[in-house]
Design a protein around this ligand. Structure first.
Ligand SMILES: [Ca+2]
Ligand SMILES: [Ca+2]
Length: 94
């Protein structure tokens, strides 16, 4: 009597633990967000305005300039562009 107890069980114990660390929120002591200031240097330059326009047109990802998105809806509206232009012409809010 042959007892075929050959059970090739591939022990696939690959536990993929994807821990998502790090919140995208800034520190609580940060000054007010300077609308359109993509690189967070407290000023809005022409390049950042162009980035904002490109996002508004759908030619660039919102990830290229999160600072332009005031309401966080992943899109750039006219009022957000105007705010960025205002910060470019004047100074960022302290
Ligand atoms: Ca800037
Ligand atoms: Ca928006």
């Amino acid at each position: 009597m042959v007892t075929a107890a050959a059970s090739p069980t591939p022990s696939s114990s690959a536990t993929a633990t994807a821990t998502r660390a790090g919140s995208p929120q800034a520190t609580s002591t940060a000054p007010p967000v300077c609308r359109g200031d993509c690189n967070d240097d407290r000023s809005v330059n022409v390049g950042e305005l162009i980035s904002a326009v490109n996002i508004a047109l759908g030619n660039a990802s919102i990830d290229t300039c999160r600072a332009i998105d005031a309401d966080g809806n992943q899109m750039v509206a006219i009022n957000e562009l105007i705010a960025a232009v205002g910060n470019a012409l004047n100074d960022c809010p302290a």
